[in-house]
Design a protein around this ligand. Structure first.
Ligand SMILES: NC(=O)c1ccc[n+]([C@@H]2O[C@H](COP(=O)([O-])OP(=O)(O)OC[C@H]3O[C@@H](n4cnc5c(N)ncnc54)[C@H](OP(=O)(O)O)[C@@H]3O)[C@@H](O)[C@H]2O)c1
Length: 334
């Protein structure tokens, strides 16, 4: 496994996004399968593990805490605050709430530490900027957690270049996590460049386009009713059918390179720049092996140009988030 710099850490060039082990894409996987995926990732040399308070409303952090505790010293453990489940209606049903107030972040950090069974979280991201709270206040609270030894470094997720600069002036930001793949190019507008300038690692989430770039998801009507892709315009039946037309040429490139479609998507990110760290997510052991082996895929400049032209903001149909999702992020939009 190759390594890349993330703040004070050297992490595997490909991390593991753990969200789908407890959340997001339909049917839940068993705790036993979650454990197998995490341990296989360790065996494959993955040292960056990404979770969040939100995922499974704490269940994902608890899973990582239980399984990774014996390996704690070997890994970089990243989690997130600022978005969590709250019983807003008093009916026992948790609803996703964005709340970046310092007191909430401090309480969330205590909960994360307990669930993760650790004394310190290596990287703690603000999952979403709560636009009702100045970014300096939320990041200031995270900086205070660093000083108190609860976390080792601060990250942000889905913020614009301007917000990143403001935050970085308040407390050094180790990593910015945002969706980035061939079909989501927003970070190319400004964020990637500002990360590079400030020495902030760029962690690319949903690097295989939530399955699209793996070439296997052909029929969105088969997705579970609670699969979050059902609310994403790009995955609506009409838009997805249009997007599928981009795949044959893409699959041909993978064939020519001699890798799988998922590996091509991840290798493309690794070749974009040295400060980019993709974190694919999977519930499958074979997909995990496949994704991690993308570190060994070499792409030449002509292939990179070809991919660039094939799948980009002008050829993809539909926005990545719903209107509600878009209102919650602070990223530049094409
Ligand atoms: N900061 C944020 O707001 C945010 C938002 C979203 C995600 N994230 C982070 O980013 C991580 C990854 O993102 P993601 O899970 O949304 O998207 P992703 O990694 O682009 O895609 C995951 C999907 O692709 C499938 N997949 C992965 N590798 C495959 C392969 N080799 N062949 C076929 N299918 C494959 C998975 O299915 P299988 O399970 O069947 O493999 C799953 O359905 C998350 O786990 C989370 O940690 C952060």
């Amino acid at each position: 496994m190759q390594h890349r710099a993330l703040g004070p850490f050297q992490v595997s060039a490909i991390g593991l996004g753990c969200m789908s082990l407890s959340h997001a894409y339909g049917a839940q996987v068993s705790a036993e399968q979650g454990e197998r995926v995490l341990l296989s990732a360790l065996d494959a040399g993955v040292t960056l593990f990404d979770t969040a308070t939100l995922y499974g409303f704490g269940a994902n952090e608890a899973l990582l805490g239980k399984v990774l505790k014996p390996h704690r010293q070997k890994i970089t453990l990243a989690s997130k605050c600022g978005m969590r489940g709250v019983d807003v209606n008093g009916d026992g049903k948790l609803v996703r709430v964005i709340d970046g107030r310092p007191a909430t972040l401090r309480k969330t950090c205590e909960d994360s530490l307990r669930r993760l069974q650790t004394d310190v979280i290596d990287l703690y991201y603000l999952h979403r900027w709560d636009k009702t709270v100045p970014i300096e206040e939320s990041v200031g609270a995270l900086g205070e957690m660093v000083r108190r030894g609860y976390i080792r470094s601060v990250g942000l997720s889905e913020v614009s270049a301007d917000t990143l600069r403001r935050a970085h002036a308040e407390h050094p930001i180790a990593a910015l996590q945002t969706e980035y793949s061939l079909w989501t190019r927003n970070p190319e507008l400004a964020v990637l460049g500002v990360c590079k300038e400030l020495g902030v690692a760029f962690v690319a989430f949903s690097p295989v386009a939530r399955g699209f770039l793996c070439g296997k998801l052909q029929e969105v009507n088969t997705l579970d009713a609670n699969d979050i892709r059902r609310s994403m315009p790009r995955f609506s039946p009409d838009n997805y059918a249009a997007n599928l037309k981009l795949l044959p040429a893409y699959l041909q490139v993978a064939k020519d390179v001699g890798c799988t479609p998922a590996q091509l998507a991840i290798a493309w990110l690794l070749h974009r720049d040295e400060h980019i760290i993709p974190i694919p997510g999977t519930t499958s052991l074979s997909h995990l092996t496949e994704d991690v082996e993308a570190v060994n895929v070499a792409l030449d400049a002509a292939t990179m140009d070809n991919l660039d032209a094939l799948i980009n903001q002008n050829t993809v149909v539909g926005s990545r988030y719903s209107a509600q999702g878009n209102s919650e992020v602070d990223t530049e939009n094409f």
